[in-house]
Ligand binder design. Structure first.
Ligand SMILES: C[S@@+](CC[C@H](N)C(=O)[O-])C[C@H]1O[C@@H](n2cnc3c(N)ncnc32)[C@H](O)[C@@H]1O
Length: 248
């Protein structure tokens, strides 16, 4: 069997789960398997217990996803860090991720399916809400993922993207001085890179893709997801750009 479904939670998955579940031929190996323990126990632990998330991710989800009901699918849910917040907003969280090691943590926090974001195992036009949180730079074909999100969303459904800010965060942005962000050449290159101002982050460990702002927004529009609200988080200039879009 090439997929992992958190078995005790299987009965809680919505009836819209369908199609092909993950098998190892679908996509390159799950890079996050190698760093799952570090990601959960060190990286995420840095911002737990603070009154608010330093990058404003909690605020972005409250502002853009807001209160609601029904399934909310997180594509690239990782260890399930945002499941409790999504549940507190009234939604029923559900996650997919490629990495079995990340899902081992997530399965105690929400129902999860090991699946490739480019081939979501859900029927078309079934879900009221889909989100991605700090994951688009890990998905080299994010426009394909956006098209998949649009496919599984109902008409009128909401898609919330919370991601690395394309203008102020990336291989080209030196954030080592807390008082100033230095933007070096590189913003216009959409290449994957492990270049980073800090060895303590995700980018230095697994690398990241990058889309200049117009390409990112155009990918939403091309997928049939119309942006309607934006939110930025992080200081002294934003680290995160969040977008709420709707399928019409
Ligand atoms: C930086 S982590 C973010 C995890 C979580 N959303 C969070 O905010 O903590 C990015 C996640 O995207 C997942 N991912 C990358 N490519 C994927 C793909 N093609 N399909 C599903 N998940 C993918 C990785 O395995 C990883 O768990």
């Amino acid at each position: 069997m090439g997929f992992v479904v958190a078995t005790p939670l299987l009965s809680r998955l919505p009836p819209s789960v369908s199609g092909r579940l993950y098998d190892d031929k679908m996509s390159p190996s799950a890079t996050y398997d190698a760093i799952a323990d570090w990601y959960e126990r060190e990286f995420l632990a840095r911002s737990r217990g603070l009154p608010e998330h330093p990058l404003g991710i909690d605020h972005a989800l409250r502002a853009l996803l807001g209160r609601g009901s029904g399934s909310c699918l997180e594509i690239g849910c990782g260890t399930g860090e945002w499941a409790a917040l999504i549940r507190n907003l009234g939604h029923t969280p559900l996650g997919v991720d490629l990495s079995a090691a990340m899902l081992r943590y997530a399965k105690d926090r929400l129902p999860v399916i090991r699946a490739d974001a480019e081939q979501l195992p859900f029927a078309s036009s079934t879900l009221p809400a889909v989100i991605t949180v700090m994951a688009h730079t890990d998905m080299p074909r994010y426009p394909v993922v956006l098209a998949e999100a649009a496919r599984v969303l109902r008409a009128g459904g909401v898609f919330v993207h919370v991601g690395v800010h394309p203008c102020f965060c990336g291989g080209f942005a030196d954030r080592s001085d807390p008082a100033a962000v230095v933007i070096r050449p590189g913003y216009l290159d959409s290449h994957w890179t492990t270049e980073s101002w800090t060895p303590q982050g995700v980018r230095a460990r697994v690398g990241a893709s990058h889309w200049p702002l117009p390409e990112l927004v155009h990918a939403f529009l091309d997928a049939g997801l119309a942006p309607e609200r934006l939110h930025e988080g992080g200081k002294p200039v934003p680290t995160v750009l969040a977008i709420r879009a709707r399928k019409h």
